[in-house]
Ligand binder design. Structure first.
Ligand code: SF4
Ligand code: SF4
Length: 461
């Protein structure tokens, strides 16, 4: 398989090109992948479908190669506008691998820049995009967005997102950015209060705070599983309360959690913005940071599905030992879960469902909560349109996909949406603000944490 990070010229005459060409011939052009492809659903344009992109890649390979300066910008954009969700790979009966589209994506990302002749102006300047993998910068953005949202609520009212959506194009993009900044309750009390209200409970109705009753941790006769925690940029910077509660859950299940020093961003953003050098540098840093933990038998847990997918792509030790947060929780001996009488719908992040085959684990976890009714949406396999930095570069397609996803989730009649990737959470939260403002969304792990708290509250003195 050709190295997807390669940037050397590839045409059908080169060895790598011949490999790609052989793989391309696996596509029988049946079109069965089309209804699963978010960009085709959003545009109805064959060039924005897996089949169209594969045909285009074949043409380019057999003529100039994608790296040629003569490839027109619209051709490059056909690849750049692929979200990388992999829904087509999962749907394809001929086994056409996503690595083909990934090759096109990476070459296009490396060649397209803000200043490329004919390329449309991105909604977010490249200089801002490139800094999104720095937690300090993300924290600053999150704080600024939080203040701006608070101010808009006061000045424009609770429905600020809907009222401002119809504004001038520039203002529309800005309010979309504000609405889609991932966030979750920082304080445990805020999370409990929100879910108590949703369940129709009064906070503290039993007269005790949940913290007054110790969690029933498992009696592990064997030493607990050693877990090396991967912080990730978005989770650490934007949803610190959720990360802490997830670590609580791991501790209550008997895990020994450690946080290796000098770990860094997984590199997904650098890869997606055409910076293979930066991605390789981050990979080397993480390999070094986690080498001690891996040598002594720990597993690496990634809270965000996107980070877990990128870390597993490092290969070797990482492919074998990186485990997604939801998969880990589903396999642990958790403390008892209390009753949560809610109708809940789970949104599958593409990096979990298509990238890592994680489909049953989140549903198993949710089904284990007493009183909870799990409902399934239409098009569970279709991307929500976030795609990390992709949604910032193509806000119009992304916004439309977010609203399509929110409509499908709301149509289930659920009281609550849960998911396991911060990018999806922000994207869907923004679309729900527009079309279903009474339907909240939370990280899945926060709901599990709350269920444990319910069991604690119902314990006898
Ligand atoms: S489903 Fe597979 S074989 Fe059919 S058009 Fe799509 S990529 Fe080609
Ligand atoms: S990866 Fe997703 S967006 Fe790209 S072609 Fe496949 S289904 Fe469409």
């Amino acid at each position: 398989m050709p190295d997807p990070r390669a940037t050397a010229t590839v045409t059908a005459a080169s060895a790598e090109g011949r490999q790609l060409d052989d793989l391309l011939r696996q596509c029988v052009q049946c079109g069965l992948c089309l209804p699963h492809c978010a960009t085709w659903l959003a545009t109805g344009n064959e060039v924005q479908s897996p089949r169209g992109r594969l045909l285009l890649l074949g043409e380019l390979l057999r003529s100039t190669g994608m790296e040629s300066g003569s490839v027109p910008v619209p051709f490059l954009q056909a690849f750049d506008q692929c979200i990388g969700c992999r829904a087509c790979e999962a749907a394809c009966p001929s086994g056409v691998p996503f690595s083909l589209l990934e090759h096109g994506q990476r070459q296009a990302a490396a060649r397209l820049s803000d200043r490329a002749a004919g390329a449309p102006k991105p909604a977010v300047p490249g200089a801002v995009l490139r800094r999104m993998d720095r937690p300090g910068w993300l924290r600053f953005l999150s704080l600024t967005a939080g203040l701006a949202r608070g101010l808009l609520e006061v000045v424009v009212g609770k429905a600020w997102r809907r009222r401002l959506d119809a504004g001038p194009a520039g203002a529309g993009q800005l309010v979309r950015l504000l609405g889609s900044m991932p966030a979750s309750p920082r304080a445990d009390e805020d999370l409990s209060h929100m879910l108590d209200k949703l369940c129709g409970r009064r906070t503290g109705m039993d007269g005790r705070l949940a913290q007054d009753v110790p969690v029933q941790t498992r009696d592990h006769s064997e030493p607990g599983l050693r877990v090396a925690f991967f912080n990730g940029c978005a989770n650490a910077a934007l949803m610190p309360g959720t990360s802490r509660r997830f670590r609580d859950l791991l501790g209550w299940a008997g895990c020994r959690v450690e946080e290796p020093f000098f770990q860094d961003c997984c590199g997904a953003l650098a890869s997606h913005t055409g910076r293979p050098g930066r991605a390789a540098e981050l990979e080397a840093r993480n390999r070094k940071a986690f080498s001690g933990a891996l040598e002594t038998g720990a597993v690496i847990v990634a809270e965000a599905a996107g980070c877990g997918h990128e870390l597993r792509n490092y290969g070797g030790d990482f492919d074998e030992n990186v485990i997604d947060a939801v998969v880990l929780l589903a396999g642990l001996d958790l403390p008892p879960l209390g009753r949560v009488p809610l109708r809940v719908v789970y949104h599958d992040p593409c990096h979990a469902r298509h990238g890592q085959g994680i489909i049953t684990e989140p549903r198993r976890l949710l089904a284990a909560i007493p009183g909870l009714e799990l409902v399934e949406p239409e098009e569970p396999e279709v991307c929500c349109g976030s795609g990390g930095a992709w949604g910032l570069r193509y806000p119009e397609i992304s916004g439309g996909l977010g609203r399509r996803k929110a409509a499908n989730l709301a149509a289930t009649g659920a009281d609550l949406v849960v998911t396991s990737n911060p990018g999806c959470l922000g994207q869907i939260a923004d679309a729900l603000l527009l079309d279903a403002p009474d339907l909240p969304i939370l990280p899945l792990t926060d709901l599990i944490w709350y269920a444990v708290q319910q069991a604690r509250k119902s314990l006898p003195d």
